[in-house]
Design a protein around this ligand. Structure first.
Ligand code: C5P
Length: 307
């Protein structure tokens, strides 16, 4: 990656998207504690912004703005860990430091990989800030060490995910999909949802969802809606029973389909058109049981530098 000298870029800004899993097949837990997945991810037009500024050598610090309640501010923060991992791996002998600012719009513990998106953005921003010789593919590799969902926001679009979700194959799709997201008042821990999945004991399917991929290629929202699937639904609903009502509200208000996003509790509703999405989001926003509703389109682009 080439860039201007450090003196000209003391401040690098990256916009990074949230994701939804439009198919999430989950197998039996592996010996390492992770679950094998076959998933279809899509990035949506809901973005965090991560700014990286040069700091004194050895200083790795973080500030959080926006809807950042619950984001760890200490060394456990995934975006800070990402910056340190990048420095250790690509410039172990250089006196690097960074001051990160996360402007959060992606819900925390919402099943939309917000923390992973921030880590992905941190990798990209710091690689430019420090003028490192590193390719995007190498950032994705590094990202997979930090978390299963870190590589995808660097790619963006639509992808088939395998392994624990970190192995990606880009998928060609036609058209844009209009989704409405419903945010919940309480978050859900991904690890807790996977644990509940184990306790329930119903293992899902790891078959590639070929009919969904065909429907995405045809650009037909109704066919896509018919193929949406999430094997973590029962576990998420078990931990947050109110999600049953949220899912039903989407259908009552005209969604083609309702689904839990990833490990939840955010719910995603597919609309037939932009006009339908506007109406659906207005109706959902007035439901007292829902924290808020937001209209997004998909697929969105991956993490990118912005001014
Ligand atoms: O990979 P990441 O650290 O984001 O995952 C968070 C937690 O979610 C893991 O610690 C694990 O408990 C669970 N997980 C899983 N199987 C996956 C992905 C995540 O069990 N494929």
């Amino acid at each position: 990656m080439t860039s201007a000298p450090q003196t000209e870029q003391a401040n690098i800004r990256v916009r990074v998207p949230a994701k939804i899993n439009i198919a999430l097949g989950v197998g039996a837990v592996r010996a390492d504690g992770y679950h094998p997945l076959t998933t279809v991810f899509q990035t949506v037009s809901l973005y965090d912004k991560v700014t990286a500024e040069l700091a004194k050598p050895g200083i790795f610090e973080l500030a959080v703005d926006g809807i950042g309640e619950g984001v760890p501010r200490d060394d456990t923060n995934l975006a800070l860990r990402a910056a340190k991992l990048l420095a250790d791996r690509y410039a172990p002998n250089e006196p690097l430091g960074v001051s990160l600012n996360l402007l959060k719009a992606i819900p925390v513990a919402g099943g939309m990989a917000g923390g992973s998106a921030d880590a992905a953005a941190s990798l990209l921003a710091c690689s430019v800030l420090w003028d490192l010789d590193v390719e995007l593919e190498e950032l994705r590799e590094l990202g997979s060490e930090l978390g299963s969902d870190v590589p995808f926001p660097l790619l963006g679009g639509t992808a088939l995910g395998a392994g624990r979700g970190e192995r990606l194959l880009p998928i060609l799709t036609r058209g844009h999909y209009h989704w409405v997201l419903a945010f919940a008042r309480e978050g859900l821990s991904t690890a807790a949802v996977f644990r509940r999945f184990d306790e329930i004991g119903e293992v899902g399917s790891l078959d590639v969802p070929t009919e969904l991929l065909d429907a995405l290629g045809a650009g037909d929202p109704q066919r896509v809606a018919d193929q949406l699937r999430n094997d973590l639904t029962a576990a998420a609903v078990d931990l947050q029973p109110g999600l049953t009502d949220t899912l039903a509200l989407g259908r009552e208000h005209g969604a083609l389909a309702s689904m839990v996003s990833g490990s939840g509790p955010t719910c995603a509703f597919l609309a037939a058109s932009e006009a339908d999405a506007i109406e659906l989001s207005t109706r959902l926003a007035s439901e007292p049981s829902i924290l808020g509703a937001k209209r997004v389109s998909a697929p969105a682009g991956g993490a990118k530098l912005v001014s």
